[in-house]
Write a protein that binds this ligand. Structure first.
Ligand code: SF4
Length: 122
């Protein structure tokens, strides 16, 4: 897997993000479904990979851990709260979950809550 530098850049240039690392299995199905995302903050390493992949969705909190943004207000969601993922950002969010070194980004299908990317995905 391609490594992303662990320091320095938050919400930086998309040109610096390496090629996607999404799974081959089931991805087409995932991409057609609405999904939601949440972060298990206690496992977050604060490396910032998710913020690099999808700065529209993830942001660092004052504690140095990554949080999901509340879509309208720009506020950060608390531990375990879920947010809808815009269709155009699904792949970026799934890639972030697949590459998350803390294994703590959960992407679940909106319709039935089944985890499609993250530590509890089949
Ligand atoms: S990729 Fe995972 S471990 Fe890294 S900052 Fe984001 S949520 Fe935390």
């Amino acid at each position: 897997m391609t490594q992303i530098p662990s320091t320095g850049m938050v919400g930086g240039s998309r040109d610096e993000v390496p090629a996607r690392v999404g799974r081959a299995t089931g991805e087409d199905k995932v991409m057609s479904d609405d999904v939601r995302v949440w972060i298990e903050q206690k496992l977050c390493t604060g490396d910032g990979l998710c913020v690099q992949y999808a700065p529209e969705v993830f942001e660092f909190g004052e504690d140095g851990l990554a949080y999901v943004k509340q879509k309208a207000e720009g506020e950060l969601l608390t531990d375990g709260e879920q947010a809808d993922v815009p269709a155009g950002l699904r792949l970026d969010v799934i890639d972030a979950a697949d590459g998350c070194p803390g294994n703590c980004i959960h992407v679940v299908r909106t319709a039935d809550g089944v985890e499609v990317a993250g530590p509890d995905a089949a």
